[in-house]
Write a new protein. Structure first.
Length: 91
């Protein structure tokens, strides 16, 4: 993330946290994100948007761990993202 995109990333992160219910990092689990992701998919959110949010949250947890605020607590470290599917049909 460059300085030019920091404001946009911050706004997306705040919206993401609000949509998840703003749980403290210590109680956030991979199941929390799976439930959020399922709900947002059902609402029509694009896969790319969910993947970007997952990547952003993963970085946040990695940074919390790096600075010693949440030791080894990245619940998204082993979670895979959805593959964006582009299928071309030819008749």
């Amino acid at each position: 993330m460059g300085l030019k995109s920091a404001g946009d990333t911050y706004k997306r992160l705040i919206a993401l946290c609000n949509n998840i219910g703003d749980p403290p990092a210590i109680v956030f689990t991979s199941e929390t994100f799976v439930e959020y992701r399922s709900r947002r998919l059902a609402e029509g959110t694009k896969v790319a948007t969910l993947n970007r949010g997952q990547a952003t949250l993963s970085v946040v947890f990695s940074e919390l761990s790096r600075i010693g605020k949440c030791s080894g607590c990245n619940p998204l470290a082993k979670s895979g993202s959805f593959a964006s599917m582009n299928v071309n049909y030819r008749i």
